[in-house]
Ligand binder design. Sequence first.
Ligand code: KG4
Ligand code: ZN
Length: 356
Amino acid sequence: MVRLMRVLGIETTCDETAAAVVRSKPQGGGEILANEIMSQIAEHQAYGGVVPELAARAHIDVLDRLIQRALDDAKLTLADLDGIAAAAGPGLIGGVIVGLTTAKALALATRKPFVAVNHLEAHALTARLSAGLDFPYLLLLVSGGHTQLVAVKGVGEYLRLGATLDDAAGEAFDKVAKMLGLGYPGGPLVERAALKGNALRFDLPRPMLGRPKPDFSFSGLKTAVRLEAERIAPLSGADVADLCASFQAAVIDTLVDRLRAALRVFGERLGACHTLVVAGGVAANAAIRRALTRFCGESGLRLVVPPIPLCTDNGAMIAWAGIERLMLGLHDDMTFAARPRWPLDSDADGAHHGKA
Ligand code: KG4
Ligand code: ZN
């Protein structure tokens, strides 16, 4: 019989402080009993981006309360849990230490198993929480910190097919928003401005187009937007809208082309791919989701996009990754240190999960 588990998940790798409780379901997938999140956007807004030291302090200020709230929402106490999971990286080291140390302390005090979760693994497994998906599948992770294409073969079994060589997709949205004076975080603001814009007005580059290895590059595109903006300055509202629309169209073309390349590599390495999963904050972009829906329809792929609050950073995905690992008998000891860098691919340097 499959054992049902209830796990607390803690996420503090960037600018969201989050705590959640998830319970595994007998038929597969998970049930979210509580999902508390506190965004630090207001703290960082004045700086136009995340300030690591401020982030760490803000996590300390709110994490205890958030955990208590999550337990209260779930109508559970620490004693009811089967394990305590925290994101141990990759991310901003100060924040990661806050979440990891808190999880270790709770696990020690309650004698519950502790799981050090790879934040990227948590994104990769979220579609199994929300949709009970089976392995394997292709994951497009597009967030503010990461842009990767990963073949997800099993828990702990990831093959990174490609990644960005410079900026992440969300980072490019944020930087374009900043240079156009739209504010932070930029993704939703660029998307909104693009609604009224002409995507054909600016002929922006589509970096990496046609390359067989499904890597990305967004820094040249971002620079091209800046050069166009400088060329036509001062910018009217219509100019900003057209720049945003043209930029977003270039990102979409790039994502679709890189996906095509990834499907080819997936096919060569693992056999035909049937499912595409999208995760990360950029998945909130409706124009991008529409383009991916079209692409999957044409390619005969099932598209799975978890609900947006589970695509962006959250505690439920950490709790779920904890459940997946605990179900396989995997957990970690108190020596597990925070990892600012932690590639998903087990072939990559420093990727090993440490002791199970
Ligand atoms: O996954 P996430 O919440 O945090 C991490 O970066 O891990 O992603 C945040 C990123 C930001 O760069 C934000 O600008 C971008 O996702 N984003 C969007 C949209 N909403 C959020 N990018 C494009 N269009 C959007 N609607
Ligand atoms: Zn993330």
